[in-house]
Design a protein around this ligand. Structure first.
Ligand SMILES: Cc1cc2nc3c(=O)[nH]c(=O)nc-3n(C[C@H](O)[C@H](O)[C@H](O)COP(=O)(O)O)c2cc1C
Length: 282
């Protein structure tokens, strides 16, 4: 990375990161620094070396995660570090056989954890009725996501790679059994962590233009926004070509992903599974 203490280096880095994310034509930003550079350099990594993580990495990632904001400071999440190759392989099988789970040395499983709050209330001979409501589940899911994303930023700052594994929700009851989860605890996603294989690099994936997601004062995605999506499809195809991936419009991919119940890969029964795990979701 260039030394961003120099204004010229800052503007060069900003232009290059913004172009990778949005294509050409964005005005030079007034503000830029190492943190923005790191955030805009994010890419999911799906090819890893088998090397172990440096000593203390897990603890540093969890410290970053616990430094995220937490709704009412309830800290309604936990994380399980899975390093045992056999357990990782079983979890990979439950998550659509994603090979990067097996390849990388660490899988972090992020949990909505209402069990701890329930136990704390019980120890005070208090009811914990609020935990039976949907908002408590959502609170835990939001807290877990914020914590995990802090861990992602931290691991990328250490030169490591990561990728989220939402497919851990395909079989929530089996995942819960594998991880010995008590009632009121469920895995919301995984995060693979490891050393990126330099022979199989991933690149920065373009995103929708800002005008398709950033509205001022009131919501604003309408028919005109579909033109922005068309422009994005073009940039997305260039990315796919450069990565040697099959070319398909982003809008077609997105359409397929939301098309029908089958697109949910088993997650259409998630609410039932959550009920079985003890969540009230009232
Ligand atoms: C909650 C969540 C779940 C995800 N689940 C998976 C997954 O199961 N497998 C996978 O390869 N990528 C998964 N991803 C990664 C996304 O595919 C990726 O973030 C997206 O394509 C954008 O690419 P980028 O992260 O490289 O910018 C997930 C991302 C998020 C935020």
């Amino acid at each position: 990375m260039n030394d961003l203490s120099f204004p010229t280096a800052r503007s060069v880095a900003a232009a290059s990161r913004l172009t990778a994310r949005y294509g050409a034509g964005l005005p030079a930003p007034a503000a830029w620094n190492e943190t923005l550079n790191l955030l805009l350099s994010h890419r999911s990594v799906r090819a890893y070396l088998p090397d172990a993580l440096p000593e203390g990495t897990l603890e540093a990632l969890v410290a970053a995660a616990q430094s995220a904001a937490s709704s009412s400071n309830l800290q309604a999440w936990s994380v399980i570090a899975v390093e045992d190759p056999a357990r990782k392989a079983r979890l990979a099988a439950l998550a659509g056989n994603q090979k990067h789970i097996v390849e990388a040395p660490l899988l972090l499983v992020w949990l909505v954890d209402l069990n701890r709050l329930g136990a704390i209330a019980t120890a005070q001979q208090q009811p914990a009725e609020a935990l039976d409501y949907f908002d408590s589940f959502l609170l835990g899911a939001v807290d877990a996501a914020l914590a995990a994303q802090n861990a992602v930023v931290a691991l990328e700052s250490l030169g490591l790679g990561g990728v989220y594994i939402g497919a851990l929700r395909n079989k929530p009851l089996e995942v819960a059994a594998e991880l010995g989860l008590p009632p009121n605890v469920v895995a919301v996603f995984g995060l693979v962590v490891g050393h990126t294989d330099p022979a199989r690099p991933a690149d920065v994936k373009p995103r929708l233009p800002q005008q398709a997601v950033l509205f001022r004062e009131q919501y604003g995605f309408g028919a005109a926004g579909l033109h922005d999506v068309e422009a994005y499809n073009e940039r997305f195809r260039v990315f796919q070509r450069e990565q040697g991936l099959p070319e398909q419009d982003w809008s077609a991919q997105a359409g397929n992903r939301v098309r029908n119940v089958e697109s949910l890969n088993g997650r259409h029964v998630l609410r039932d599974a959550l009920h079985q795990r003890g969540f009230g979701l009232k």
